[in-house]
Design a protein around this ligand. Structure first.
Ligand code: ADP
Ligand code: ADP
Length: 228
């Protein structure tokens, strides 16, 4: 049984009256606990596919089941709450709130839950300790290095204990040393916490850290798509 099951999926954006086909007949099965990198040239459709998997966008045709849930069939409200509890997002430019410190950024998703203040604090401190930033909780994003900001973002992605972590060029803005730190951290989330990780990257060095590599070329899946 796959965690993610994509069958004959196509995606066409609409630009005015002009259809822009981006993904063609994608078939992909990903099991729970896998660590997959999604590679391909710029414009090949990587982010589009990642956004579909994360429930940010819906396929134009075909099906996308996650944990048996057909994403395309969920009303927008249900999709948003499904996303909040099942998917953690990591972006290239961290997307932290500049006016909130590290603790507050990580705690943010929990403000929408009914956890008590003490429970929120405990979860937030645990997540920040997990990424090695227990001593930086009161730092604001502009007081942290790029690698540290990305670790805050990863703690925030973990805070709701999602099954799936999606990362779009998570090391794209980092030097090699900080990038390695982040890749080591993602590796631990996969091995120690059993998180399913899907990482978009155009950097082969990053991609090789994943246990499975999938290639997109002009909207078509080339290899590693597996399936059963
Ligand atoms: P990648 O992540 O591989 O660089 P993307 O998925 O971002 O590729 O984009 C694939 C193609 O889809 C590109 O040609 C891009 O211009 C187009 N595209 C992406 N988003 C939209 C959109 N919202 N509307 C129209 N075209 C889009
Ligand atoms: P790295 O080389 O690891 O990317 P930096 O050289 O950016 O890190 O930062 C080194 C240390 O200085 C980090 O621990 C960071 O928390 C701290 N730091 C960076 N920028 C600021 C700042 N504007 N105010 C306070 N501390 C900062």
């Amino acid at each position: 049984e796959s965690l993610i099951s994509i069958r004959q999926l196509s995606k066409t954006y609409q630009r005015g009256t002009q259809p822009v086909p981006v993904l063609f007949d994608i078939n992909l099965e990903i099991a729970e606990g896998e660590y997959v990198s999604l590679m391909g040239p710029s414009g090949s459709g990587k982010s589009t596919l990642l956004n579909l998997i994360a429930g940010i966008d819906k396929p134009s045709s075909g099906s996308l089941l996650i944990d048996g849930v057909d994403i395309a069939m969920l009303p927008e409200n249900d999709l948003a709450s499904w996303r909040a509890s099942n998917v953690g997002f990591v972006f290239q430019f961290y997307n932290l709130m500049p006016v909130l410190n590290a603790f507050e950024n990580v705690e943010l998703p929990l403000l929408l839950t009914d956890l008590s203040r003490a429970e929120r604090r405990e979860h937030t401190e645990t997540a920040l300790a997990m990424v090695g930033l227990a001593d930086r909780m009161d730092h604001y994003p502009n007081e942290l290095s790029g690698g540290q900001q990305q670790r805050v973002a990863i703690a925030r992605a973990l805070i709701s204990d999602p099954t799936l972590i999606v990362a779009d060029e998570p090391t794209g803005d980092l030097d090699r040393h900080s990038a390695d730190d982040i890749l080591n951290l993602l590796d631990r989330l996969n091995v120690e916490l059993g998180k399913t990780i899907i990482m978009v990257t155009h950097d082969p060095k990053c991609a090789e850290r994943a246990r499975r590599r999938v290639h997109l070329e002009k909207g078509v899946l080339l290899s590693g798509s597996g399936g059963h």
